[in-house]
Design a binder for this molecule. Sequence first.
Ligand code: ADP
Ligand code: MG
Length: 322
Amino acid sequence: DLLISQIAAGEVVERPSSALKELLENALDAGATTLTVQLEGGGVDLIRVIDNGCGIARDELALALTRHATSKIASLDDLERVGTLGFRGEALASIAAVSDLAISSRQRDAAHAWRLRARDETASEPEPAALAAGTMIEVRELYRNTPARRKFLKAEATEYAHCAEAVRRIALAHPQVAFTLSHNGRSGLHLPASDAAGRAAALLGEDFLGESRALEAAAGGLRLSGRVGLPAQARTRADAQYCYVNGRFVRDKLLAHALREAYRDQLHGSRQPAYCVFIDIDPAAVDVNVHPAKTEVRFRDARSVHQFAFHAVQRALAATPA
Ligand code: ADP
Ligand code: MG
């Protein structure tokens, strides 16, 4: 019901960027290769995400907004090895509970799109609409019915900055997907489809590539890849620190600590390292279900992950730039 959805929304949709992250992940889960994000008012007035993914059938539009309706888990077993980004089936329901939401979607073989609007716990009947194959989600007036939460929002520019960072985090892990971001009609990010190195250069600074070292290590079901750099050049973004576990951006104390230790002898003065580190691990060996926002993880064998990351990064930093 609405109250439960609003409470859940407090966790899932902490601020506009959290809603945006969920929408971007849904689009990627749908196989999108082109993602367009249009924001207004820091994302509070409007978050529009347009993708060219598989689309949603007319009869499934309403279901997509239902709590715990997810097309991504067939059994509890699946929870153990979550391959897709979304798996709780509560993001859209939560966002809909605190906004005026419209979904337009068209499957590849459909004659036209269908559009459904949800507001104040009532969803309209799907109506025919015009759209290229894919899905467009429009979230308007975020927190329209939860004034307490609205009060916690920061200035428009700050909320937009969080949204842009949400796009960057996801874009870095999906270099082959094209991203466009605009705010109040002004262009923010334009990222054509690329490869890992090209995307890192676009997001971490042109000089990052030349001055950073490639990471490549694998052992015992763990794989580390990405790049680690020292921001020696002005055009590398300092403090650009991105860690991913199985493609998911994470903020993890254990990993942060391992990296800090590995960088210990390399950092001079107040310089902050710049890196993007991708860890691939058997999904059964990591619990991503710690927090709804899903930026926290828990490793079954934290000690060996720490050791592995520490040694791999230390080794890479000691090598000559390549
Ligand atoms: P989850 O991602 O955890 O399954 P969500 O609430 O985020 O839950 O989405 C509910 C369902 O709506 C998804 O399982 C998916 O079937 C459908 N869906 C949402 N967004 C899209 C999209 N952009 N393209 C295709 N299907 C989508
Ligand atoms: Mg989702």
